[in-house]
Design a protein around this ligand. Structure first.
Ligand SMILES: NC(=O)c1ccc[n+]([C@@H]2O[C@H](COP(=O)([O-])OP(=O)(O)OC[C@H]3O[C@@H](n4cnc5c(N)ncnc54)[C@H](O)[C@@H]3O)[C@@H](O)[C@H]2O)c1
Length: 326
């Protein structure tokens, strides 16, 4: 199959591209490198089955030209990360809505299969857990920038379903906190790489809020497995939770990472408003019901949090040269 992966040099995209090529597909990666890194594609950069194009999904003529060459599109290009959505809401809204409109419009013209990457964030602060795919969305005020990403992705999903009703073969996946080798450790990054970097350098591990909030972390191989199963299936116009349903609090996560890194780091707590001002509110829990993905797609998350963290820590130690002094 010939496949386009937008956002393919990002964290999830780079693992997806590498896996698709390992399965024998021909892949074009389109990424503007605003957050992605070519080095994440090192394994496949010289592979004749892979073409890397630096460019944006907002560049309509480039996107149209690339979509002419493929059968399937995985649309992952997006602007995300809590710091971005609090500080750069316009970038988040435009980056997520305009790019998706372009992909869907061009795919519809050709009736190409699309797999769209959405997020567990769309459920917002609904405290009726676990989340089924048809659970309500409960979002805060539009005066809080924090909700702009969830809103943009939800509008993207509405677009996907509207096109599906018109005959576009499209499947939506909602990821629950993917982690693993390659995720950025910068301030714009996710909690696990930031904690690992702090632990490996014996710097303070900074927990936002009281740390009792929980998440369900999903190792990247499981995230990619679920995503590819959507290409191989015919569940068009459907949405699937792609996540592991094992809950862990952020305090437990910090302690586990400190232990696994054999670190001297202190674990410190900072109130959210000291970091993000008044424009942030956290969701206390987020748990997927992954029964639909299990029964229809055969999705089966295999990697426990301990095993996944060990693999991820080994990556940062080896690839980035971080090491514990002990
Ligand atoms: N990481 C997670 O836990 C998680 C959770 C829920 C949803 N998602 C979704 O999964 C997808 C991938 O996320 P990720 O964690 O790999 O993030 P990422 O930032 O590492 O990847 C996104 C990629 O998109 C690229 N990009 C941004 N704007 C672009 C544009 N206009 N044109 C082309 N490329 C552009 C970036 O350079 C980056 O490489 C996103 O759609 C995200 O919303 C991720």
């Amino acid at each position: 199959m010939k496949i386009l992966v937008t956002g393919g040099s990002g964290f999830i995209g780079s693992h997806l591209v590498t896996q698709l090529i390992a399965q024998g597909h021909d892949v074009i990666t389109l990424d503007d490198l605003s957050n992605g890194k070519i080095s994440l594609l090192n394994q496949v950069m010289d592979n004749p089955k892979h073409t890397f194009i630096q460019g944006s999904v907002l560049d309509r003529s480039l996107l149209n030209e690339l979509m002419d060459q493929v059968d399937v599109v995985f649309h992952l290009a997006a602007v995300l990360g809590v710091k971005n959505l609090v500080e750069h809401p316009l970038k988040v809204i435009e980056g997520n809505i305009d790019g998706t409109r372009n992909v869907l419009e061009f795919a519809f013209a050709r009736k190409q299969k699309v797999v769209f990457s959405s997020t567990s964030e769309v459920y917002g602060k609904n405290n009726n857990l676990p989340y089924n795919e048809d659970s309500d969305r409960v979002l805060g005020s539009t005066l809080k920038n924090r909700w702009c990403y969830a809103t943009a992705k939800a509008l993207d999903e509405h677009l996907c379903f509207a096109y599906a009703e018109k005959g576009l073969p499209i499947t939506v996946v909602r990821y629950f906190n993917a982690y693993g080798p390659g995720a950025t450790t910068s301030d714009y990054g996710m909690v696990i790489p930031k904690f690992i970097k702090a632990a490996l350098t014996n710097s303070p591990i900074t927990v936002y809020g009281d740390g009792n909030q929980t998440r369900c972390f999903t190792y990247i191989d499981d995230t990619v497995q679920g995503t590819i199963k959507c290409m191989d299936s015919n569940y068009n116009g459907e949405v699937f939770n792609i996540g592991r349903d094992e809950e862990i609090s952020i305090n437990q996560l910090a302690n586990k990472i400190k232990f696994l890194c054999n670190s001297n780091s202190d674990i410190i707590h900072i109130p959210y408003d000291e970091i993000y001002g008044e424009k942030y509110e956290d969701t206390p829990k987020r748990i997927p019901n992954n029964e639909k993905a299990r029964s229809l797609l055969g999705f089966s998350p295999l990697i426990s949090i301990d095993e996944g963290l060990r693999k991820t820590i080994a990556y940062y130690q080896n690839e980035l040269g971080y090491g514990s002094d002990r």
